[in-house]
Design a protein around this ligand. Structure first.
Ligand code: GDP
Ligand code: MG
Length: 301
């Protein structure tokens, strides 16, 4: 009698902010999971995207980008999360962006060198650069770290993704399915909804506002309206200063109204039903330095 074999592995995606880690995670999972934005540091939490087949399960983790010079407690916590990915990985994907010059991330290079699992160099955004430049960049990195494989991809255009997935699948060890086969992430619906609101904040507001804001879903009630599913959501946005609260609300409430409408549209798409969304803004000074608040926001375990 022969037993069917099953394979599973943890794959960690690492790289500087804005190189395309979240976009790559989305491309793997095929859903809009991680929040993508042109502003760096939008992925603050570490979370998983899961790709399953009949005989395998790949668990990808997207990590906050590495910050070279941490200023806040929050940034230190983010760095710890980013570097801890080397500890439990079956494969590491180190993502680079052709528009970045090599900037001597010694700590990261050392970690990559010492990593015992297979490590891939992922040259992303190949749609934005010339072949010659990509080749030169690859050579530069190969001289620094002994990568097991190098892939040139475009996460945004979906170039090279199926082949890369196939290569990862081929090297993961035998193991069980850690999550149900139909699950695509370890994060809850509430988390995704708060990320949608946060993405809209990033697009609508300038400068420091997005980095000072945190979104908490306080209520999530599934009900019915005229025989169709209907969800009532209450979200609280914490900002650090009174002046920021004013900016968020805008002249005669114009900005918060816009934020509410745009967020609701995407939440309705995500939940596939009608939604009533209420937004509240509260001031909480210095939440980024406060252990207790960081914990309640999920940055600390
Ligand atoms: P992260 O900070 O590493 O998670 O980066 P994101 O995934 O948030 O991507 C940062 C920006 O790069 C976004 O504007 C993406 O749309 C863009 N981006 C990601 N992958 C590609 C790609 O393959 N080609 C191009 N042209 N842009 C990309
Ligand atoms: Mg990201």
């Amino acid at each position: 009698m022969s037993e069917e074999k099953h394979y599973s592995g943890f794959i960690n995606i690492i790289g500087k902010p804005n190189v395309g880690k979240s976009t790559l995670l989305n491309a793997f999972v095929g859903e809009k999971m991680a929040i993508i934005s042109h502003k760096p540091q939008t992925t603050r939490h570490r979370f998983f995207g899961i790709v399953s087949g009949d005989d395998f399960q790949l668990i990808f983790s997207d990590t906050p980008g590495l910050i070279m010079d941490p200023h806040y407690k929050m940034q230190e916590v983010m760095n710890d999360a980013a570097l801890s990915v080397f500890e439990d990985a079956d494969c590491v994907l180190f993502v680079i962006d052709p528009s970045n010059e090599y900037s001597g991330d010694e700590k990261v290079i050392q970690k990559l060198k010492n990593a015992e699992c297979p490590k891939f160099l992922i040259v992303n955004k190949i749609d934005t650069a010339e072949q010659d430049h990509l080749k030169a960049l690859e050579a530069e990195w190969r001289a620094l770290v002994d990568f097991d494989q190098v892939h040139h991809i475009s996460a945004k255009e979906g170039l090279g993704i199926p082949y890369l997935l196939e290569q990862i699948r081929a090297l993961i060890p035998e193991g069980p399915a850690y999550y149900p086969k139909d699950q695509i992430s370890n994060k809850s619906t509430r988390f995704f909804i708060s990320e949608i609101v946060r993405e809209k904040i990033l697009h609508l507001y300038q400068q420091e506002i997005p980095y000072s804001a945190e979104v908490i879903i306080e209520e999530f009630n599934e009900t019915e309206k005229r025989g169709a599913p209907f969800v009532i959501i209450k979200a609280v946005i914490f900002v650090m200063r009174k002046t920021q609260k004013g900016i968020m609300i805008g002249h005669q409430g114009s900005m918060i109204k816009k934020l509410g409408i745009e967020s609701r549209k995407d939440i309705e798409k995500f939940l596939d039903c009608r939604v009533h969304l209420e937004l509240f803004i509260k001031v909480k000074e210095k939440w980024r330095d406060d252990d207790r608040l960081l914990k309640s926001f999920g940055y600390l375990q």
